[in-house]
Design a binder for this molecule. Sequence first.
Ligand code: SAH
Length: 339
Amino acid sequence: MDRERIQKVLDERKEPAFRAKQIMAAIYGQRISSWEQATSLSKELRDALVDVPVSTLTLSHRAQSKKDGTVKALFTLADDKEIEAVMIPNGDFRTVCVSSQVGCAMKCSFCATGTMGLKRNLSADEIVDQVLFFEKELAPKNERVTNVVFMGMGEPCANLDNVFESIRIMNSKDGLGIGARKISISTCGIVPGIRRIAEFDLQINLAVSLHAPTDDVRSEIMPVNKAYSIGQVLDACRDYLRQTNRKLFFEYVMLSGINDSIEQADELGAVLKDFRPLIQVNLIPFHQSFFEFRPTARAAIERFQSIVLAAGIPCTIRHSAGVDIAAACGQLALERKDK
Ligand code: SAH
């Protein structure tokens, strides 16, 4: 819902303050798709709202994986810019992967979104509406969104005010009522952002994209490392763990010949040694895009995993969902580029 435009209508009509709450209940509780359905509002108010779209997003394309049921949705925003969100069904879980920005300024060399550059930040409403879209899609099957991850387009820590605001709405009983522990932010390692997440009063999860155990390799594939080195990121992570007592996830995308050697697995184990066992490393199989990078073979990923595990660090291999519809990690925005 576009709270700003709705509030403008309410102000013009000098509506009482509780009207905004009624509208929230219609949008998030009743999950209306048009103002006509908002029967708790007067006919006059519904008519006055008719030019304000119920959602900030218009669905422009939808694809569903035949392999695993993953759904990718492409949305057009009010200013004609486009974003993508993904819903990954897995057992009883329905995880929605949301975008926090149109494009991204971080320019990680293996990531499709990075090639777009940053177009703009998303508002809190535009972020929440991605989740609401899937809530509405799942409702007829009596299913609900169970988890939200900020792993779509964009760097959440570069738009943290709006990201926090969106999380408050998702978490609120008057909003989507999703538990804070079911919501995860993933960052490329923006240190002030990590420190702010540690201070955030909601108990959300944090994942840090590490992707290399040494600064030389990390700087090569992630320009952000020149601003915040591995040492600085890990210092912030150490403080985060001390402050929050929550588990911390490190992501590590497996790029053949770049960061996947046995020596690098040993180095990763050494670098993360004093975090044992409070952290978990997630190895992400690289999803082929238009870059020169190649994915690490499955056997080599498993070997890498066993070395990290032997160092006493919990380590899993991320299951890749939605690969056949270009909905997997780092593939968002690919399709648009081809058009
Ligand atoms: N800006 C956030 C969210 C990015 S997307 C961050 O950097 O954490 C979530 C994860 O997907 C990140 O770890 C990102 O590095 C990874 N990723 C990007 N492109 C990928 C690709 N082609 N294959 C696999 N993972 C990729």
